[in-house]
Design a protein around this ligand. Structure first.
Ligand SMILES: CC(C)(COP(=O)(O)OP(=O)(O)OC[C@H]1O[C@@H](n2cnc3c(N)ncnc32)[C@H](O)[C@@H]1OP(=O)(O)O)[C@@H](O)C(=O)NCCC(=O)NCCS
Length: 414
């Protein structure tokens, strides 16, 4: 049995943020019925296609374990079918532009009228305020949530992260909002509205930068590369690869960096492991030197310290560095490329990376469920073809007969 078996989700999500959420819930066993516009479906089916006329990896990697029905929710009969689906579902999830569902005639008030037990969950770009009506994509959220202004090197422009913290991050928050609301419904018997804004998610994930904004009022941020020679302005600056915690850290080059763009390793010069680090890089002298042998004394020499560490790491491959530092309890992490991650056997063994077979695409790799439950195994099943389950859902979930289904098809509702 899976944890969310028996939970039925009416999934109006598209692109990345919403589908991330409903895919997680599907992996936990919810019956996720993805409602797509007849003809085109989720726009990502056709975006960044690598094989002509085949659902893109963008789509297939976000819509595992779901069923797909096509339904025109602006069509009169389509609305009637949609209303019946709301009646029999536990959750309605969507991430349309603000107001889209209201424009279809389905306000929160109307949805509650149809099914007072339903949880209506949305991703929006912004919460209530000056930007609430805007359409938002990943990088807009990273820029407006504090991610970009605090990412990159001090002398360079703002940079967005490769990790999709705005989209997938918000999807994860929405999933938690949904299961929490389902839990509360056990007591109250009522559904509720769940809204997650992408700006809020990015800012929430940037909390250490908001922490630093307040620390700035009390002096320079001593772990930032701007210290001691650079200047600090009024806002949290970009800190390059400095660690967000209290320990100095940096990315240093390893052997082969001239030709391999990922021949780097992150090293944390943690106070507790400093002795081992100093010795292994050939700087036992630091341990006797009052200029070096306390964390406070080293603070204004962090750049020089990592230059010296790098002289040593440059003589070794990144995995070799890791092998030497790990037994010394020196926290470090090689910069792994997507190729290395895709080929890593342990990630395949845990299901974090999975190979999936698809009828028109063939085999492809995807990320599996990163949340491991001992009593609810997550098997990753391929994404549905557009409208693959239309008949099955209309018949099995709504009890429509062949004649009614044929009529709905004939008038363009499905
Ligand atoms: C992502 C986003 C920018 C895309 O914008 P978009 O491509 O213009 O898509 P919209 O959400 O506006 O939806 C397009 C239209 O399709 C309609 N539509 C979607 N599914 C439909 C269906 N099954 N039947 C009929 N109409 C449908 C919508 O009602 C909307 O119509 P409207 O403009 O008349 O209201 C926007 O949806 C958004 O800001 N979402 C919230 C934030 C978010 O999740 N962003 C991250 C995406 S990864």
């Amino acid at each position: 049995m899976k944890a969310l078996e028996g939970v039925r989700i009416l999934d109006m999500t598209h692109v990345q943020s919403g589908p991330t959420c409903t895919q997680l819930l599907a992996w936990f066993g919810a019956d996720v019925i993805k409602v797509e516009r007849p003809g085109t479906g989720d726009p990502t089916r056709a975006q960044l296609r690598d094989i002509p006329d085949v659902d893109s990896l963008y789509f297939t990697m976000l819509n595992h374990n779901k069923r797909s029905i096509t339904l025109n929710t602006k069509h009169e009969n389509g609305k009637a079918i949609f209303t019946r689906l709301i009646e029999v579902c536990d959750v309605l999830a969507e991430n349309f532009a603000p107001g889209a569902l209201d424009r279809m005639g389905f306000s929160w008030e109307r949805i509650q009228e149809i099914n007072p037990r339903i949880i209506y969950a949305s991703v929006k770009g912004f919460g209530p305020g000056p930007y609430e009506d805007l359409k938002v994509y990943e990088n807009v959220a990273q820029c407006t949530g504090g991610g970009a202004s605090t990412t990159g090197f001090p002398e360079g422009p703002p940079v967005v992260a490769g990790a999709q913290i705005g989209d997938s991050g918000t999807g994860v928050n929405l999933a938690l909002g949904i299961v929490t609301a389902l839990f509360q419904r056990e007591t109250t018997g009522r559904g509720q509205r769940v809204v997650c804004a992408m700006q809020d998610t990015v800012l929430n994930l940037c909390r250490v930068k908001l922490r630093d904004q307040q620390r700035l009022a009390h002096g320079p941020l001593t772990e930032y590369p701007q210290y001691p020679d650079g200047t600090f302005g009024e806002a949290t600056p970009r800190a390059g690869n400095a660690s967000g915690g209290g320990q100095p850290g940096w990315i240093v080059k390893c052997k082969g960096w001239e030709t391999d763009p990922d021949a780097y390793i992150y090293v944390i010069a943690q106070a507790a492991a400093f002795e081992g680090l100093a010795k292994v890089i050939g700087h036992a002298d630091w341990l006797e030197d009052p200029e070096w042998n306390t964390p406070a004394a080293r603070l204004d020499k962090i750049e020089r310290m990592f230059d010296e560490i790098e002289k040593w790491t440059l003589t070794k491959a990144k995995f070799e560095v890791m092998k030497i530092l790990n037994p010394l309890n020196i926290p470090c992490g090689p910069v792994l490329s997507m190729k290395e991650l895709a080929e890593e056997p342990s990630l395949r063994a845990t299901g974090t990376v999975v190979e999936v077979d698809h009828p028109t695409r063939g085999k492809y790799l995807s990320v599996g469920n990163p949340i491991k439950l001992s009593d609810s195994p997550a098997d990753v099943r391929r994404s549905p073809l557009l409208g693959e389950h239309t008949d099955e859902v209309l018949r099995g979930v709504l009890g429509m007969d062949d004649q009614a289904i044929a009529a709905a098809k004939a008038d363009g509702a499905v």
